[in-house]
Every structure is written in C-alpha cells, then in structure tokens.
Design a protein around this ligand. Structure first.
Ligand SMILES: [Zn+2]
Length: 184
C-alpha cells in the first residue's frame, strides 16, 4: 500500500484504494486504460482514438484516502449516492429520446453532494487538497452546510462516449497572466 497524505483529512500514512465512482455504482469490474493527459490532448480526435495501454481491471480508483476516510465515506455518503446513481439506470438504457422523466427515491442531496465532492479530492493531487481545506471540512463534517459559493457542481447524463477522469485544469494566457477558466 503506498504512503502519502490523505486527500481528505490530510494525515500522512498508508493510502487505501478509493473507487471513483464508488465500487457499488457500477465500478466493480470496470476495465480501463490509463493515458497521459498530454498524449490525450495531442490527438486530433481523442474521443475516436483507440489508445495503446495496458488494460487495468477491478474498477477505476486512486490510492488517495486513509482507511478511516475511506470507511467514513463508505458508511456515511455512499449508500445515498448509490440510490441517486441507480435512478439513472433506466435513462441510460434508452437509445433515442427527446425527453425523459426521472424519479429519485429517498434523495438526500447533502450526502450525494458530499460524496461527489469527495471524488474530486480523490482524483486530484495533494495540492488541490491543501488549497481547498474548507471544502474538505465540508465533506468531513456530515452536518455541515457550509459550502462556499466559489464552488459549483454540475451533473449531466451521457449515454455514449469515453470515460474521462481529468483532474483540475485551468486555461490562461502566458502573456497577460490572466486566468480564463478552471475546471475539475
Ligand atoms: Zn483521511
């Protein structure tokens, strides 16, 4: 098990493999390839390209969290996120549609939101964790509703295309030093 700083609590120690998304949300047997970001963006049509890389198995994830935080998410937020995620199964099965109706049972928005944010911590590096301690505290305290308005989370449904787990990105100008946008 690799050692490092837990992305959520910041404690140095052994890091456990955190599935992103959680293993119970269709990420148990996922087969995937790990491609370098530069290799990816150099391609003219990266979404159509079949990249050469070893096929990994067992679900996508990162050695990112200590055992304690991993267990905390698993018991506190993952069940709510699983219910939320399952609500989209019927939509994903449909091939052609202009509109759809969605029913979510027992939707606990705060827990779902905190699980989603925790995934951003897992797929980003230690610097992201150090720079967003208020966001980590928001996730670590189940009762906290203290989310800074500098953060926004968007959700979209996609029935095709490739999975992309891309960490924090920024676009800026090297001549003016201006930052145009950031995304994670
Ligand atoms: Zn931790």
């Amino acid at each position: 098990m690799p050692e490092g700083k837990c992305r959520l609590c910041g404690v140095l120690g052994k890091l456990t493999y955190e599935h992103v998304p959680p293993k119970v949300t269709f990420n148990k047997e996922t087969r995937f390839k790990i491609i370098g970001f530069m290799e990816y963006i150099k391609e003219k049509h990266p979404l159509d390209k079949i990249f050469k890389a070893k096929i990994e198995q067992g679900g996508i994830g990162y050695y990112s969290l200590c055992q304690s935080c991993n267990n905390f998410l698993g018991t506190t937020y993952v069940p709510a996120y699983q219910r939320y995620s399952n609500s989209f199964i019927d939509c994903a099965k449909k091939k052609d549609f202009n509109a759809f109706e969605l029913t979510i049972h027992d939707f606990t928005a705060l827990k779902v939101l905190k699980q989603i944010i925790s995934m951003f911590f897992s797929l980003n590096d230690e610097i992201f964790s150090e720079n967003n301690r208020d966001l980590a505290e928001f996730v670590l305290d189940p009762s906290s509703q203290d989310l800074s308005n500098r953060y926004r989370v968007f959700n979209y449904i996609n029935t095709e295309g490739q999975l992309r787990n891309i960490p924090l990105m920024a676009s800026g100008s090297l001549t003016t030093g201006n930052l145009y946008w950031e995304q994670s």
